[in-house]
Design a protein around this ligand. Sequence first.
Ligand SMILES: [Zn+2]
Length: 258
Amino acid sequence: MATAIVARKGRRKSVSISLIEPENWATPQRILVVLAHPDDPEFFCGATIARWIAAGHEVRYCLLTCGDKGTKDRSLVSEQLCDIRQEEQRNAARILGVEQVRFLCYPDGYLVADMGLRKDITRVIRQEKPDILVTCDPTTLFYNNQSINHPDHRAAGQAALDSVFPAARDHLYFVELWRDENLEPHIVREVWVCGTLEPSVVLDVTEQWETKIRSLYEHKSQIGDPEKLTERMRNRRTADSTPEVPRYEEKFRRIVLG
Ligand SMILES: [Zn+2]
């Protein structure tokens, strides 16, 4: 256990961050990643995904948009970009060992955590029956006073959490899913929230860091110069790293529901 000290409103609060070893889990887990855009899984938690898969767990993606506005190339229209980014995402997922990627194809940039989105994610949860759902933190608005979290990330996290509880769990929520589509209610046991300012668990992903970088290379339309990306990613080593022995981590807020 590592302990971080967080200052809050003049008081100091001790926050425990547990080191997680997914190789030691008793049974293989079904893990569903629900995020807004192609490239979000790899940027947010790609090394963890690689480690989970190497440890025998199964990971699937559900991306809510196909990232159809993520370009400065004026020769492209959204339909073309949508196709390009879906292909890039499938290739990136394959590098990590993820075989199934689905897209709900909501319009990029306009994601709203409304009842329609909640129902669509609830449907996916009931179909996939994950033990663990991964999404991003809807309460993260700013990063380090340097950037604003994308509104789609916040909406995706909010809608995914609202789908886990209570909509996926109880049959009378979106009753037509149960009545007309034969989708039984499902209890997600854990939620892992990435992109959070309040992590509770950390994984050492040093061994998977280069795999994460290779998966990011597949997002060719997004990353610009691969060498600069590589340098930026390698610089994300932990404070206790040395140039000779770098170490890398990914952190989550882990919510254990049952
Ligand atoms: Zn994104």
